[in-house]
Ligand binder design. Structure first.
Ligand code: G3P
Ligand code: MG
Length: 356
């Protein structure tokens, strides 16, 4: 009796509206904020027919700095209050790996290697206690990548260690590599090493171990849009390059785990954040609905393979904009959005009209 009355109660509750915004190609083009982005957010801040605040979060496959730093940047750029619990970057959900690797040595690739926003510090703030970078290994063994040298300005940020005693438990690609060549070499060195020790090779006489050293990528976007005239390579392109070299040097397929959009873990995390926002910010009725049936979320994105695919798979509505990766002349999108619009302001206006 109880469960059927609960389900009848939730049938009548209207899911409260919420938005999830992609950043690159939707709100920004490279460093430039799109003017319609500021207007779109003003609508959600209360400039709408019901004069109501509508909660929103940002889900980007970008990253490279702490969520609190990203929130500050977004607040300044978009001229709205933004807190760190509104920001999900590609690497945010890598926190879920702390129980596995929190106390083990890990090799971190990508992101800024020196302050401000040094990626190692971000990983440490998540709870990883033993983080080494490709820069550390390059400084330790310059001949490992003889085609560039560690810059003297970087030396104070190098972690020195006797790497013959370190067994890397995993590789975490935190953000885009700043040096594809060096990082490709060093990643494959570790994958081919004897028990994860840098500078060693698995003995050719022994069969390769069944389990490859785990490698995780914070997202898989092949392409992304910035202020250049043509779309740019993302971390997905970097992964393809590594997979190919690995296959050719070992004869094996590289196994990896990829986070970020369109993967469910990222949308689960985002949906829960929005539910909590609604519970804390709204009137009693909306909070009840948010608790019982969750939010009705619109994802606004420019990349069909990540933003729209993820939204469709998760059961969110979605708006595909024309200000980033998606271009009409490339043909119909592989994953069908709820609406296709010119920009983020149109997306917000149309979504609100449909929901209210
Ligand atoms: O590297 C960043 C890029 O892949 C995408 O960022 O905000 O469009 O998810 P975003
Ligand atoms: Mg984008």
């Amino acid at each position: 009796f109880l469960s059927s009355s609960v389900s009848r109660l939730s049938d009548n509750l209207q899911k409260p509206l919420a938005f999830a915004f992609d950043i690159d190609g939707v709100l920004k083009a490279g460093p430039n904020v799109l003017p319609e982005a500021k207007r779109a957010l003003q609508i959600l801040e209360g400039n709408n027919p019901r004069k109501q605040k509508i909660p929103y979060i940002f889900i980007t496959n970008g990253g490279g700095k702490h969520e609190s730093a990203r929130a500050k940047d977004l607040a300044r750029e978009l001229e709205v209050p933004v807190t760190q619990d509104q920001v999900i970057q590609a690497h945010t959900v890598m926190k879920s790996l702390v129980p596995l690797y929190g106390d083990k040595p890990i090799l971190m690739i990508g992101g800024p290697e020196t302050p401000p926003n040094a990626a190692r510090e971000v990983m440490q703030s998540y709870g990883f206690q033993n983080v080494y970078t490709a820069l550390d290994l390059h400084a330790h063994a310059p001949a490992a990548w003889p085609f560039s040298t560690v810059h003297p300005d970087q030396l104070p940020y190098v972690r020195r260690e006797d790497f013959s005693k370190i067994r890397f438990a995993a590789i975490l690609v935190f953000h885009d590599s700043r040096e594809w060549g060096r990082d490709t070499q060093i990643i494959i060195d570790i994958l081919r090493s004897h028990n994860g020790v840098f500078g060693t090779e698995h003995p050719p006489t022994e069969p390769l171990p069944d389990k490859q050293i785990p490698i995780y990528f914070s997202h898989g976007d092949l392409l992304w849009g910035n202020d250049h005239s043509v779309v740019r390579f993302g971390q997905g392109a970097f992964r393809l390059a590594i997979e190919n070299v690995y296959k050719h040097t070992t004869g094996r397929d590289m196994e990896s785990v990829v986070f970020g959009k369109p993967h469910r873990i990222t949308y689960d995390y985002a949906n829960e954040l929005l539910r909590q926002h609604l519970i804390s910010m709204s009137g009693a009725e909306t909070a009840e609905a948010a608790k019982a049936v969750g939010p009705s979320v619109w994802m606004v994105g420019d990349n069909t393979e990540s933003d729209i695919k993820g939204a469709v798979d998760f059961g969110w509505s979605s708006a595909l904009v024309r200000t980033g990766v998606y271009k009409d002349h490339n043909g119909p999108p592989n994953h069908k959005p709820t609406i296709l619009v010119d920009n983020v302001e149109q997306a917000v206006i149309e979504a609100i009209q449909r929901e209210w």
